[in-house]
Design a protein around this ligand. Structure first.
Ligand code: HEM
Length: 281
């Protein structure tokens, strides 16, 4: 490995997280979402997709409607890339998520450098690999099982909705999940279980769930975590035990950002697909 100072990059990322001019005063939530969407395209059958390659730099992927709004996150990180040109975008985007989680009070997430950016768009995964918030438990399972996650990991990862908000002009959903959306805690799970959620139509015409004062929201997919009995067991555990949630979230997020990153002896990621994978892309 090289002797690049990733700690210095992390320190610079940390500085751009408080931002009074953006959303709820933090760039953290959208940075976490960038790390997740850059990684969540992974398909374990073909080994395609995932964070390695930083394929969201290419139009096919950045224009997937699931990625609306992530241009903000990419722009926030651009001055850091300019300052440390040796870091790959794929390392920078995943590190951005990890630094943001910790800066907002969440757990430390193990992160390794060495991802290598693609030089053209031949390996960009197809659109449609990220979850659709209007659906339910079967859909979530098919998307996350494809990445190699189990039910417990799905619920742990969903706890990231303790952060940030939905934007009508990006996803067609509106509002934050919790009262303080820039602090990483297990409030999302507590609210899922203990608040009253009423189905309604938002101003864009999509169905979502509202708290009784109308201030907070849940997506249809969020609600399926309490209506599906196997998911619900984990929601109950994480609502009751913040430390367990932090431990499991950290492990699952670390796994997420390593998806599709096959490392060679130097720790550098290899960028090779089988012919089967290539044929399916
Ligand atoms: C069932 C799976 C999931 C669905 C359907 C889903 C859907 C959504 C939607 C519709 C938004 C709003 C986007 C916008 O309007 O700006 C959102 C935001 C967000 N999601 Fe998810 N998500 C899922 C899983 C995850 C996971 C696994 C993570 C990370 C581990 C995550 C992290 C976030 C964050 C941090 C935001 C807030 C972004 C911001 O404030 O700009 N989500 N998600």
């Amino acid at each position: 490995m090289t002797d690049h100072d990733y700690g210095a990059v992390a320190a610079e990322i940390k500085k751009i997280i408080p931002n009074d001019d953006y959303d709820d005063g933090s760039t953290g939530p959208v940075l976490v979402r960038l790390a997740w969407h850059a990684s969540g395209t992974y398909d374990k059958e073909t080994g395609t997709g995932g964070s390695n390659g930083a394929t969201m730099r290419y139009k096919i992927e950045s224009s997937d409607s699931a990625n609306n709004g992530l241009e903000y996150a990419r722009k926030f990180l651009e001055p850091i890339k300019a300052k440390f040109p040796w870091i790959s975008y794929s390392d920078l985007w995943t590190l951005g998520g990890v630094v943001a989680i910790e800066a907002m009070g969440g757990p430390k997430v193990p992160w390794k450098p060495g991802r290598v950016d693609d030089v053209d768009d031949q390996y960009v995964p197809p659109n449609g690999r990220l979850p659709d918030a209007s659906q339910g438990a079967d859909h979530i399972r098919s998307i996350f099982y494809r990445m190699g996650f189990n039910d417990q990991e799905i619920v742990a990862l969903s706890g990231a909705h303790n952060l940030g908000r939905c934007h009508g002009d990006r996803s067609g959903f509106e509002g934050p999940w919790v009262p303080n959306p820039i602090r990483f805690t297990n409030t999302y799970f507590k609210l899922l279980l203990h608040a009253e959620w009423v189905k309604g139509k938002n101003s864009v015409g999509n169905e979502q769930f509202y708290s009784d004062d109308g201030e907070l929201m849940m997506l249809p997919t969020d609600m399926s975590l309490v209506t599906d009995p196997k998911f619900r067991v984990w929601v109950e555990k994480y609502a009751a035990d913040r430390d367990l949630f932090f431990k499991d979230f950290s492990a699952a997020f670390s796994k997420l950002i390593e998806l599709g990153v096959t490392r060679g002896p130097e720790g550098l990621a290899l960028r090779k697909y089988s012919t089967v994978a290539r044929a399916r892309l």
